[in-house]
Write a protein that binds this ligand. Structure first.
Ligand SMILES: *Cc1c(COP(=O)(O)O)cnc(C)c1O
Length: 372
């Protein structure tokens, strides 16, 4: 039996009745964009994130874009981003005419290395944008210390990290603004594109609400040039049905990570594979379970080919660093050795909560088979 990287059908079976009920309610109401269902979801999502407010938006990318717009990022500005992330983290900076300034990552958590941030700050730095990659928070104490001393806002790219914690605080409540994606493969996924921005700053919240609808308040009076960043009522209704299940799904992912740790230890392959570690004071939500093969790209690719031949889902997130992307050639400066290493040596393997013990055993067995 094939084991996919992610199986959303298993999850759907458990929530089908509720999803179909609220979907029909939305159809009957013929109220499709924003409105009371969005308000209700936003209230509960903000509470989940330990934040005062949340604003539902059209995607995770638009959450990042709108957050930077509200902070006034524009032409000639600079935004500090990790050199290793999904494209959107840096793409939104460039779209505003600003320059993404890349900082290398730490291989311990694949997140921006705070020790390398300060040397990249200039008079034009308008924001620091850490990414909580794969579901583990970046070192927010160190990042916030620098940001506060320099008076620079922090935008969390928490797209992969809903429910992740750092020092008992949740992702989205650790910076000035928190950006989430509800892309279907994220831990809280919609039935299409959607996202959210969190904040505990009332003035910032009002601006976020306005920027979402072309900077408009009241109707047809525009104070800012925002955009159409609205979330559908249908997505909010479905996300609201899913939210109460999120903690148990996350526990399933964390349980699978523990099982992997035990199984890989039993397989005696620790010289050949580096497993993800949950750093002290953090709660990892394992949107992805990333293993690294320190022998290098050839070994990684051999394991990848072997798993594919056994119909076991796996994927390289991400094969290129951001500075290696053709469109960012002009913004790349210096070297990003840990990011290069991550791009060459890492592989995502299945971690979704419904995986069975037998499936986890099979995955570990096949990886061990492909190793020397
Ligand atoms: C998914 C993701 C985004 C973008 O979210 P979309 O909803 O796909 O637009 C941004 N940053 C990171 C790190 C992501 O994983």
């Amino acid at each position: 039996m094939p084991i996919p990287l992610l199986d959303l059908k298993a999850q759907y079976k458990t929530i089908r009745d509720d999803v179909l009920r609220v979907t029909e309610e939305v159809y009957e109401s013929q109220y499709f964009i924003l409105g009371p269902r969005v308000d209700a979801f936003e209230r509960d999502f903000a509470a989940y994130c330990h934040s005062k407010y949340s604003v539902g938006v059209s995607s995770g990318t638009d959450a990042l874009l709108e957050a930077l717009m509200v902070l006034g990022v524009g032409h000639g500005d600079e935004v500090i981003v990790p050199a290793y992330s999904f494209f959107a983290t840096a793409g939104v900076v460039d779209r505003l005419g600003a320059k993404p300034v890349f900082v290398d990552i730490d291989l311990a958590d694949y997140n921006i290395d705070p020790a390398k941030i300060e040397e990249k700050i200039t008079a034009r730095t308008r924001a620091i944008m850490p990414v909580h990659l794969y579901g583990q928070c970046a070192d927010m104490d160190a990042i916030n210390e620098i940001a506060q001393r320099r008076g620079i806002p922090v935008v969390e790219d928490a797209a992969q990290a809903v429910g992740a914690e750092f020092g008992g605080k949740r992702a989205g409540a650790l910076g000035t603004l928190g950006c989430f994606s509800f892309f279907p493969s994220k831990n809280l996924g919609g039935f299409g594109d959607a996202g959210a921005i969190t904040t505990s700053d009332a003035a910032m919240y009002e601006k976020l609400v306005d920027y979402r609808v072309h900077g408009m308040r009241p109707k047809y009076f525009h104070h800012y040039v925002g955009g159409n960043f609205r979330i559908d009522a249908l997505q909010a209704a479905i996300l609201h049905v899913k939210l109460p299940h999120l903690d148990s799904w996350t526990e399933g992912r964390r349980r699978n990570a523990e099982t992997y740790a035990r199984l890989f230890a039993e397989a005696k392959v620790s010289d050949h594979i580096v497993l993800p570690t949950e750093l002290e004071g953090r709660r990892h939500v394992f949107n992805q379970y990333i293993v690294r093969f320190p022998a290098g790209r050839e070994t990684r690719d051999r394991v990848l080919e072997h798993l594919k031949s056994k119909a076991i889902g796996c994927e390289v997130y991400y094969p290129l660093t951001l500075p290696q992307q053709k469109c960012f050639a002009a913004a790349a400066e210096g070297s990003y050795p840990n990011s290069d290493t991550a791009a060459d040596q890492t592989l995502a393997i299945p971690i979704y909560p419904e995986l069975t013990g037998e499936q986890l055993e099979e995955i570990v067995k096949e990886i061990a088979t492909a190793l020397p």
